[in-house]
Design a protein around this ligand. Structure first.
Ligand code: LLP
Length: 423
């Protein structure tokens, strides 16, 4: 999928240097076969589970079409994600509308489409019921439960802690479901949690699953028929090449617990998972050109992609492997800090990396950028978002065009008074 031929990085059979010359940089490039491999891995590891792709990781419609064609459902977190998921062919009845602060507009859109809802507060439950009545729809819900589990990951992406903004505290769960049973047009159908992201120790998942089953027992006492237990996403990927648990490892750990604890219940819930990063993360490289090499107190390789296109290093101190795409077989010689073009000293993509000698015009590849890469991009500093490309064997397709200057000014309006004399 990513290989070196004659010292040059290839994405499947496409030469990174040639494509960068043809289409310009920066450029996000995704390998279709890597994506399909990841999807098949999940399908094989969890043949009976409901697999909901977390759209937030990468909402490119072409990539999502591949994912939906594999029979995945979707986890959406906003009206925009719902819009894109539907466009990509996900069936509304396999979409879960997540979110801790949904607007009435978003709720109505989900109700009209016919999605499941993960409800994050009692206020939301009331609004949902009112809208469902107005729309003449019955809505199947799960509550997002705060499992109070500490998973070892960056604090900004640990979401199952007691103090997190997400979910209903365990002590309130029973009251919440009682209310859900009373309110019109609401059908309690499942339980939802999500403990965090980039998790590479599997034990918190077992803990979370056990919490879901504890709650399921409680719900059965309330005569609720439980259709699904949704463990959320969060499985980490191998950014550093150290070896991390795979979806198969996750299945091996959780399925025995799932089967054993299911036998305690009279309803036969499905297991649902919401993987994002582990579906798309390692499918994509960001190609970026070296504009300048500066030998100052340290060596800087200044490239044309910064935190405007890849926020993760700045936001989470995240590590992404970097290679010189046109010198893949050269020995690492010097240490460089790879910096972007944004006017902030924090705009660092990779710190102190040993690389072959880097020169102006070289092409750097930043790996594992398929998840939360383009999806978190911005136009800060008046920088245009770059193109995205899908590679399929020898062929490639532009799946998002690069922005143009008019996209910077596109929605801006200049009041008439500013055209008059004196301004
Ligand atoms: N389900 C829910 C409810 C979530 O909040 C998330 C991620 C997922 C599923 C997918 O998790 P994944 O399998 O991708 O770990 N921007 C951060 C990650 C934020 C994750 C937010 N929620 C990053 O770049 O690391």
């Amino acid at each position: 999928m990513f290989k070196t031929v004659n010292g040059i990085l290839h994405i499947e059979n496409v030469n990174a240097v040639e494509i960068a010359e043809k289409l310009g940089t920066p450029l996000y490039i995704t390998s279709k076969s890597k994506l399909e491999e990841n999807l098949k891995t999940y399908e094989k590891a969890f043949p009976d589970a409901g697999l909901l792709y977390a759209v937030k990781a990468n909402n490119n419609v072409s990539l999502m079409k591949i994912i939906s064609k594999h029979g995945f459902g979707a986890d959406v977190f906003s009206d925009g994600e719902l819009y894109l998921a539907l466009l990509a062919g996900f069936k509304p009845e396999s979409i879960l509308f997540n979110g801790n602060s949904k607007s009435e507009r978003e709720i109505r859109m989900g109700v009209r489409a016919g999605t499941y809802f993960s409800v994050d507060s009692i206020d939301e439950l009331h609004t949902l019921s009112e809208i469902a009545v107005e729309e003449g729809a019955e809505v199947k819900i799960a509550f997002r439960v705060n499992p109070d589990i500490s998973a070892e990951t960056h604090p900004k992406i640990a979401t199952g802690l007691k103090t997190s903004k997400f979910g209903i505290p365990r002590e309130h769960v029973s009251d919440a479901y009682t209310l859900a049973l009373e309110l019109p047009n609401i059908v309690p159908a499942g339980i939802h949690c999500h403990i965090g992201s980039q998790i590479t120790d599997l034990s918190p998942f077992i803990e979370a699953l056990n919490r879901l089953f504890d709650i399921a027992g409680l719900l059965e006492e309330m005569s609720i028929d439980i259709e699904f237990l949704d463990m959320g996403g969060g499985l980490g990927i191998d950014y550093e090449g150290r070896g991390v648990p795979t979806p198969e490892d996750l299945a091996e750990r959780i399925m025995p617990v799932f089967r054993e604890r299911s036998s305690e219940l009279s309803s036969k819930p499905e297991l649902w998972l919401e993987p994002g990063r582990s579906i798309v993360g390692n499918t994509t490289v960001l190609l970026t050109k070296v504009n300048a090499v500066k030998r100052a107190y340290k060596n800087f390789a200044a490239v044309d992609a910064g935190f405007n296109l890849l926020l993760r290093p700045v936001m989470y101190g995240a590590y992404h492997r970097v290679a010189v795409a046109n010198k893949m077989e050269s020995e690492p010689e010097e240490t460089y800090t790879v910096v972007g073009p944004v006017c902030e000293s924090g705009d660092v993509i990779a710190e102190d990396r040993k690389l072959p000698r880097v020169e102006k015009g070289d092409l750097l590849a930043i790996f594992d950028t398929g998840a939360y890469g383009f999806a978190m991009s911005s136009q800060y500093n008046g920088r245009l978002r770059c193109a995205e490309v899908l590679v399929d064997g020898d062929r490639y397709h532009i799946i998002r065009e690069a922005e143009s200057y008019s996209d910077l000014a596109g929605k801006q309006l200049v009041p008439e008074m500013l055209f008059s004399d004196g301004f």
